[in-house]
Design a protein around this ligand. Structure first.
Ligand SMILES: Nc1ncnc2c1ncn2[C@@H]1O[C@H](COP(=O)(O)OP(=O)(O)OP(=O)(O)O)[C@@H](O)[C@H]1O
Ligand SMILES: Nc1ncnc2c1ncn2[C@@H]1O[C@H](COP(=O)(O)OP(=O)(O)OP(=O)(O)O)[C@@H](O)[C@H]1O
Length: 569
């Protein structure tokens, strides 16, 4: 039998600044060459396990440690950060903190230079991965100026060139567009097979990770391992949603249609589902019973964009240009598309952070006549990276900041902040410093700090990236509620299901251009647009195709309608 490469024995860890342990009695063995998905709700301790594997615990994050953790035979309490850097390559959740080089090329090369390879080997390797990951055009760009998804791919390239025995990916998909996300999962699979690495993936997007074989899913909740099983066994147990992690959509659809999952031997992928006629009939008859919800009509224009665009510098290949559209009062719009297409750039222009080549009007007012502060009264913007927004030490103060600046009385501030913290799943942490939060929790603080102000137009840049399913649902339902009270919502997202379920209108971007402004379902029906904007059909569509249903898109729409109806019930 193989000797485990990772071994936790009755391992507990308490951060110095915490009263209680974050990890409790962890017993986990991972063999060389295994591929593990570590899943669990936000704040459950997934990244903390990751930090043990790469030596950040106990070398950087200090605390009280009990039991043992051996990584490649080394006891983490005795190994230095440097020792473990040869064993474990990590993609951190917060990619900004991981850049070392002045340019993308330097950054990818850095891990190899560290390992004393020749210049030629370094060049060949950087070239191979930059080509594979479509980063060649960006090699001379400063990492800090990349889009969120581009940053993620650069960090990924840095790990892939390194070829360490353990590859640890902490939410590798969080900022990637759907097509690139799938490609990344395929690449991780390919690399693992090439070098027989041990792979640990921490991800909320369970369904996407399961697009390729995974040996085991380790499910963690409140610092404890509550399941450690092959995907099929775990999915049959229905444990994911009980701890707030989203089950694959196709499984939920089968359940809704009344299919008895216990009778199906393998539900770990759509391809493994038996092609039985009675399952197809159940799905079809369920679809036929769904009733579409009523749509609101008659809307007033709120934000009008005329030839909007921005070029960061002369080198930029596809600057955002000539965006023409009108957002109406009460719209719920998703902004989707390829990494680096210009989605965040559009948000920055609307908020007045960068120059606009065209014109933008809020109702009849030219936005160019307003200061950033005046715009912020009307338009709230939740940035992609929470660290760029946070300025206070304590959670309460961060969320209260905007209200204090507007001289709202302290008593009212307290009520509003508490109510918003509840919606964002942060009420229990209301007296905590922000430094003691997980990444997903920090992101929620920034969402709360904008929601509390209730501006007329709320723009959120990937608000649900890295959030668990429960928080995702709470946040999205709150946004839906605000929308029903006539607030206008624009969401940048790579989550196709979010786009379908919550937004009524989608703007798709590719290479600096608005390529579609249409109903979400119509966007996904158009194969050319899907390809151009780097999108992906959901597993609901694949399920409908697998069972030869009459109209797979109608099935997807029926599922979305039924979800919306159940939220209103
Ligand atoms: N540097 C730190 N100092 C003190 N406490 C911390 C620190 N980092 C994390 N924690 C605590 O440990 C808990 C688990 O954090 P961790 O980052 O492991 O969660 P996670 O499961 O990866 O969550 P997410 O999905 O939100 O990233 C947090 O709720 C927080 O209370
Ligand atoms: N400060 C900057 N300086 C130079 N180039 C920049 C800067 N910020 C963004 N860019 C470039 O502009 C393009 C658009 O970036 P933007 O962040 O708007 O993309 P995005 O569609 O939001 O991508 P993602 O889905 O990856 O977040 C990218 O190619 C990016 O590298």
């Amino acid at each position: 039998m193989n000797k485990p490469i990772i071994q936790f024995k009755d391992f507990s860890f308490k951060y110095d600044s915490q009263a209680d342990p974050t990890l409790k009695h962890i017993n986990l063995e991972i063999n060389p060459g295994e591929k593990i998905l570590l899943a669990g709700p936000s704040g459950s301790g997934k990244s903390t396990i990751g930090r043990c594997l790469n030596g950040l615990i106990p070398n950087v994050d200090h605390g009280e440690l009990k039991g043992t953790c051996l990584v490649n035979g080394k006891d983490i309490t005795k190994a230095s950060l440097f020792d473990l850097s040869f064993t474990t390559s990590t993609i951190l959740q917060d990619s900004d903190s991981q850049f070392i080089g002045m340019t993308v090329g330097e950054d990818i090369a850095f891990s190899l230079e560290n390992d004393c390879f020749t210049r030629e080997t370094i060049h060949q390797n950087v070239d191979r991965w930059a080509t594979e990951l479509k980063l060649k055009d960006l090699l001379k760009q400063a990492p800090q100026t990349l889009s969120g998804g581009q940053k993620q791919m650069v960090v990924l390239a840095g790990v892939l060139v390194d070829e360490s025995p353990i590859l640890l990916f902490d939410e590798p998909l969080a900022n990637l567009d759907p097509a690139t996300g799938l490609k990344t999962i395929q690449l991780i699979d390919q690399i693992q097979k090439e070098v027989n690495a041990t792979v640990i993936i921490i991800e909320h997007r369970v369904e996407e990770v399961l697009a390729r074989h995974v040996d085991r899913i380790v499910l963690i909740s409140d610092g404890e391992i509550i399941a450690d099983k092959a995907p099929n066994a775990l999915l049959h147990q229905d444990l994911l949603e009980s701890v707030g992690v989203r089950s694959p959509l196709y499984i939920k659809a089968l359940e809704k249609a009344g299919v008895d999952l216990k009778q199906l031997p393998d539900i770990s992928s759509i391809d493994a589902l038996p092609e039985e006629k009675n399952i197809a009939e159940k799905l079809q008859s369920w679809e036929n019973k769904q009733v579409p919800p009523k749509q609101k009509t008659e809307k007033q224009p709120l934000l009008t964009l005329k030839n909007v665009g921005h070029r960061y510098n002369k080198l930029q290949k596809h600057p955002l240009h000539d965006v023409n559209l009108t957002i109406n009062q009460g719209d719920f719009v998703s902004i989707v598309g390829q990494n680096g297409a210009g989605k965040t750039t559009l948000c920055r222009i609307i908020c007045g952070f960068i120059e606009n080549e065209g014109q933008a009007f809020f109702k009849d007012q030219n936005l160019a006549d307003l200061s950033i502060k005046e715009r912020a009264e009307k338009i709230g913007y939740v940035m992609q990276d929470p660290n760029q927004m946070i300025s206070q030490k304590m959670i309460f103060d961060e969320v209260a900041l905007g209200l204090r600046l507007r001289n709202v009385p302290e008593e009212e501030i307290k009520d509003r902040v508490y109510q918003t913290l509840k919606v964002c799943g942060l009420y229990a942490f209301r007296k905590w410093p922000i430094s003691a939060l997980s990444f997903g929790q920090k992101k929620r603080v920034t969402i709360a700090s904008i929601l509390v102000l209730e501006p007329e137009l709320i723009i959120l840049d990937e608000p649900t990236a890295g959030q668990d399913w429960k928080t995702y649902t709470d946040i999205m339902n709150f946004l839906r509620e605000l929308n029903q009270r006539d607030k206008t919502i624009m969401i940048v997202t790579h989550d196709m299901h979010l786009m379908l379920e919550y937004s009524k209108r989608s703007l798709a971007f590719a290479n600096g251009q608005l390529i579609a402004d249409t109903k979400p379902i119509d966007l996904l029906t158009n194969a050319d647009l899907v390809k151009e904007a780097s999108l992906k059909q959901t597993s609901l569509f694949e399920l409908a195709k697998h069972y030869n249903l009459t109209d797979p898109n109608a099935f997807v729409q029926a599922y979305i309608d039924s979800e919306e109806a159940s939220q209103h019930a």
